[in-house]
Design a protein around this ligand. Structure first.
Ligand code: CP
Length: 313
């Protein structure tokens, strides 16, 4: 299937493109489990990671994915760059463009920055998370993981729990799952459940209601205190009591055989107790491993441009 120049969100992907990426990730998952983990399709290509926000999983996962495909990788260290001297994003991109990078993987706290960069460079731009807008490769790796354990997403019941309002993960993962025919429900503090969510997304008031729905996956989110301008619940202790997976709820989850997912990083004692991390149907490490395969598929598929666009094009 013909690639696009950029991957900026899930909304703009067709179901055919999503399925192509998920199918392409399958042999890459097998490859990264071999003793020789490398193949040559991106030999001679250069990937730049440009993270204006912290990351453990996404940045290193892109770096590993690019290296598995034989690309060269430069990790741009924003905190020690001329960004701290006031250099603008566009001037930074122009500088990187002059170094002839082929792919720019960008994370930024402001929604829309990857789109802005994509309009300004011939390099393929991949959104690695922008504000509360989108995190498309997280959506892909989550769906790949659900396919692995449940066979397919269509018709599956997935409950997303936590701070839906500020979560780019919730937006991208719910969008891709709904595109593939899954039933997606949400549960969390009232002010953190968007009023403008899609009408087919049920919202629960209690964990008991959620359990009665018989979810096959409970997808926990971190409370994004860094994106909240006001206080939406009395305390983290109260959040854990009402919306966290406690020991008692974990017993229920185990009895129902529900899978547990989380994009990481987790806040133990807030959205989950320690026992969730060792529960046999917790998929957190599987998600991390699948992140490499999904990102390899994206890098393999995208087609960097040959002509830099300029403002006004
Ligand atoms: N899931 C995720 O985006 O994790 P990082 O913030 O560690 O990249």
């Amino acid at each position: 299937m013909k690639g696009r120049k950029d991957l900026l969100d899930i909304e703009s992907l067709s179901v055919e493109e999503i399925n192509f990426l998920l199918e392409t990730a399958l042999p890459f998952k097998n490859l990264i489990r071999q003793s020789v983990k490398k193949m040559p399709p991106l030999r001679g290509r250069h990937v730049l990671t440009l993270f204006y926000e912290p990351s453990t999983r996404t940045r290193s996962s892109f770096e590993i994915a690019a290296k598995r495909l034989s690309a060269d990788v430069t990790n741009f260290a924003v905190s020690t760059s001329s960004v701290v001297k006031g250099e603008s994003i566009i001037d930074t991109i122009d500088t990187m463009q002059a170094m002839q990078v082929d792919y720019i993987v960008v994370r930024h706290g402001a929604a829309g920055v990857p789109n802005l960069i994509a309009q300004h460079t011939k390099a393929s731009v991949i959104n690695a998370g922008d504000g509360h807008h989108a995190h498309p490769t997280q959506g892909l790796l989550d769906t790949f993981t659900i396919n692995e354990v449940l066979g397919h997403a269509a018709g599956r019941r997935i409950a997303i729990v936590g701070d839906i309002q500020h979560s780019r993960v919730a937006r991208s993962t719910s969008t891709i799952l709904r595109k593939l025919g899954a039933q997606v429900a949400v549960f969390g503090p009232g002010p953190l459940i968007p009023d403008d969510r899609h009408s087919d997304m049920i919202s629960f008031k209690t964990f008991d209601e959620l359990f009665d729905w018989k979810p096959e996956v409970i997808y926990l989110l971190r409370i994004q205190l860094e994106r909240q301008k006001e206080q939406f619940f009395p305390s983290l202790h109260e959040y854990h009591r009402l919306y966290g997976v406690t020991d008692e709820r974990l017993r229920h989850i185990r009895a129902q055989g529900i899978y547990v997912m989380h994009p990481g990083p987790v806040n133990r004692g807030v959205e989950l107790v320690d026992g969730v991390m060792t529960y046999e149907r917790t998929l957190i490490n599987q998600q991390v491993e699948n992140g490499i395969a999904a990102r390899m598929a994206v890098l393999y598929w995208l087609e960097p441009g040959t002509v830099a666009r300029t403002a006004g094009d």
